[in-house]
Design a protein around this ligand. Sequence first.
Ligand code: ADP
Ligand code: MG
Length: 148
Amino acid sequence: MAPVTTQTIEQTLSIVKPDAVEQNMIGNILEYFEREGLNIVAAKMLRLSLDQAKAFYAVHKDRPFFQELVDFMASGPVLVMVLQGENAIARNRQIMGATDPSKAESGTIRADFATSIERNAVHGSDSPQTAKAEIAFFFKPNEICPRS
Ligand code: ADP
Ligand code: MG
Protein backbone atom coordinates (compact mmCIF):
# COMPACT_ATOMS: atom_id res chain seq x y z
CA MET A 1 0.00 0.00 0.00
CA ALA A 2 1.29 3.48 -0.80
CA PRO A 3 2.47 5.42 2.23
CA VAL A 4 0.04 8.01 3.46
CA THR A 5 1.51 11.47 3.71
CA THR A 6 -0.43 13.97 5.72
CA GLN A 7 0.04 17.63 5.05
CA THR A 8 -1.55 20.03 7.41
CA ILE A 9 -2.13 23.62 6.47
CA GLU A 10 -1.22 25.64 9.55
CA GLN A 11 -0.91 29.25 10.58
CA THR A 12 1.89 30.51 12.81
CA LEU A 13 2.92 33.83 14.29
CA SER A 14 6.12 35.46 13.05
CA ILE A 15 7.71 38.65 14.33
CA VAL A 16 10.52 40.61 12.72
CA LYS A 17 12.19 41.87 15.90
CA PRO A 18 13.45 45.43 16.56
CA ASP A 19 17.08 44.63 15.65
CA ALA A 20 16.15 43.48 12.15
CA VAL A 21 13.66 46.32 11.58
CA GLU A 22 16.35 48.83 12.62
CA GLN A 23 18.80 47.30 10.13
CA ASN A 24 16.26 47.57 7.26
CA MET A 25 16.15 43.80 6.88
CA ILE A 26 12.35 43.38 6.71
CA GLY A 27 12.30 42.79 2.96
CA ASN A 28 15.22 40.39 3.05
CA ILE A 29 13.63 38.35 5.84
CA LEU A 30 10.17 38.14 4.27
CA GLU A 31 11.83 36.74 1.15
CA TYR A 32 12.98 33.70 3.16
CA PHE A 33 9.37 32.86 4.04
CA GLU A 34 7.92 33.50 0.60
CA ARG A 35 10.54 31.54 -1.31
CA GLU A 36 9.84 28.53 0.93
CA GLY A 37 6.15 28.76 0.08
CA LEU A 38 4.89 30.24 3.34
CA ASN A 39 2.22 32.83 2.61
CA ILE A 40 1.96 36.07 4.59
CA VAL A 41 -1.76 36.20 5.39
CA ALA A 42 -1.71 39.04 7.94
CA ALA A 43 0.81 41.74 8.85
CA LYS A 44 1.11 44.90 10.89
CA MET A 45 3.84 47.09 12.27
CA LEU A 46 3.61 48.18 15.85
CA ARG A 47 5.70 49.09 18.83
CA LEU A 48 5.13 46.86 21.85
CA SER A 49 4.63 48.52 25.21
CA LEU A 50 6.66 47.06 28.07
CA ASP A 51 3.47 45.47 29.41
CA GLN A 52 2.67 43.88 26.04
CA ALA A 53 6.21 42.53 25.72
CA LYS A 54 5.99 41.08 29.24
CA ALA A 55 2.64 39.47 28.49
CA PHE A 56 3.82 38.06 25.16
CA TYR A 57 6.91 36.48 26.70
CA ALA A 58 5.27 35.53 30.05
CA VAL A 59 6.41 31.92 29.57
CA HIS A 60 9.98 33.16 30.15
CA LYS A 61 9.23 35.32 33.22
CA ASP A 62 11.50 33.32 35.52
CA ARG A 63 14.47 33.22 33.13
CA PRO A 64 17.48 35.42 33.95
CA PHE A 65 17.25 37.20 30.59
CA PHE A 66 13.53 38.09 30.90
CA GLN A 67 13.82 41.82 31.71
CA GLU A 68 16.45 42.37 29.03
CA LEU A 69 14.32 40.50 26.50
CA VAL A 70 11.27 42.61 27.36
CA ASP A 71 13.28 45.85 27.08
CA PHE A 72 14.68 44.72 23.73
CA MET A 73 11.29 43.75 22.30
CA ALA A 74 9.84 47.14 23.32
CA SER A 75 12.87 49.10 22.10
CA GLY A 76 11.57 49.78 18.59
CA PRO A 77 8.99 48.83 16.00
CA VAL A 78 8.34 45.21 15.08
CA LEU A 79 6.51 43.62 12.15
CA VAL A 80 4.06 40.97 13.33
CA MET A 81 2.72 38.51 10.78
CA VAL A 82 0.68 35.38 10.34
CA LEU A 83 2.34 32.87 8.02
CA GLN A 84 0.28 30.11 6.44
CA GLY A 85 1.34 26.93 4.70
CA GLU A 86 1.89 23.21 4.98
CA ASN A 87 3.35 22.43 8.40
CA ALA A 88 3.95 26.16 8.75
CA ILE A 89 4.83 26.03 12.45
CA ALA A 90 7.76 23.62 12.17
CA ARG A 91 8.83 24.90 8.76
CA ASN A 92 9.00 28.48 10.03
CA ARG A 93 11.22 27.29 12.88
CA GLN A 94 13.52 25.59 10.36
CA ILE A 95 13.69 28.71 8.20
CA MET A 96 14.48 30.80 11.31
CA GLY A 97 17.29 28.58 12.61
CA ALA A 98 18.43 28.00 16.18
CA THR A 99 17.86 30.62 18.90
CA ASP A 100 21.62 31.14 19.23
CA PRO A 101 22.85 32.35 15.83
CA SER A 102 26.26 30.76 16.38
CA LYS A 103 24.41 27.41 16.35
CA ALA A 104 22.01 28.23 13.53
CA GLU A 105 22.40 26.30 10.27
CA SER A 106 23.78 28.32 7.39
CA GLY A 107 21.12 29.78 5.15
CA THR A 108 18.68 30.32 8.01
CA ILE A 109 17.41 33.78 8.93
CA ARG A 110 19.20 33.79 12.26
CA ALA A 111 22.50 32.64 10.76
CA ASP A 112 22.22 35.44 8.21
CA PHE A 113 20.75 38.33 10.26
CA ALA A 114 20.97 37.74 14.04
CA THR A 115 23.67 39.51 16.01
CA SER A 116 23.34 37.65 19.35
CA ILE A 117 21.25 35.03 21.16
CA GLU A 118 18.96 37.89 22.28
CA ARG A 119 18.99 40.09 19.16
CA ASN A 120 18.13 37.22 16.89
CA ALA A 121 15.99 38.91 14.22
CA VAL A 122 12.80 36.84 14.36
CA HIS A 123 10.25 35.17 16.60
CA GLY A 124 8.22 32.12 15.59
CA SER A 125 5.56 30.12 17.43
CA ASP A 126 6.78 26.73 18.62
CA SER A 127 3.60 24.59 18.74
CA PRO A 128 -0.02 24.59 17.52
CA GLN A 129 -1.15 25.78 20.97
CA THR A 130 1.26 28.70 21.13
CA ALA A 131 0.58 29.60 17.49
CA LYS A 132 -3.14 29.92 18.22
CA ALA A 133 -2.59 32.00 21.36
CA GLU A 134 0.10 34.20 19.80
CA ILE A 135 -1.96 34.90 16.67
CA ALA A 136 -4.91 35.89 18.87
CA PHE A 137 -2.58 38.13 20.93
CA PHE A 138 -2.05 40.37 17.89
CA PHE A 139 -4.82 39.76 15.35
CA LYS A 140 -8.62 39.74 15.22
CA PRO A 141 -10.01 37.02 12.96
CA ASN A 142 -11.07 39.60 10.36
CA GLU A 143 -7.49 40.93 10.11
CA ILE A 144 -6.31 37.59 8.68
CA CYS A 145 -6.72 36.85 4.96
CA PRO A 146 -6.14 33.09 4.54
CA ARG A 147 -5.30 31.69 1.09
CA SER A 148 -7.48 28.86 -0.08
P1 ADP B 1 13.08 31.02 20.38
O1 ADP B 1 12.86 32.47 20.01
O2 ADP B 1 14.07 30.36 19.46
O3 ADP B 1 11.79 30.24 20.51
P2 ADP B 1 13.20 31.01 23.29
O4 ADP B 1 11.71 30.86 23.27
O5 ADP B 1 13.98 30.05 24.12
O6 ADP B 1 13.81 31.00 21.81
O7 ADP B 1 13.58 32.47 23.82
C1 ADP B 1 12.80 33.58 23.46
C2 ADP B 1 13.74 34.71 23.12
O8 ADP B 1 14.46 35.10 24.30
C3 ADP B 1 14.84 34.37 22.11
O9 ADP B 1 14.42 34.42 20.78
C4 ADP B 1 15.88 35.44 22.42
O10 ADP B 1 15.52 36.71 21.87
C5 ADP B 1 15.78 35.51 23.94
N1 ADP B 1 16.74 34.61 24.60
C6 ADP B 1 16.68 33.26 24.66
N2 ADP B 1 17.72 32.75 25.35
C7 ADP B 1 18.45 33.82 25.75
C8 ADP B 1 19.67 33.99 26.51
N3 ADP B 1 20.32 32.92 27.00
N4 ADP B 1 20.13 35.25 26.70
C9 ADP B 1 19.48 36.33 26.22
N5 ADP B 1 18.32 36.24 25.51
C10 ADP B 1 17.83 35.02 25.27
MG1 MG C 1 10.26 30.50 21.85
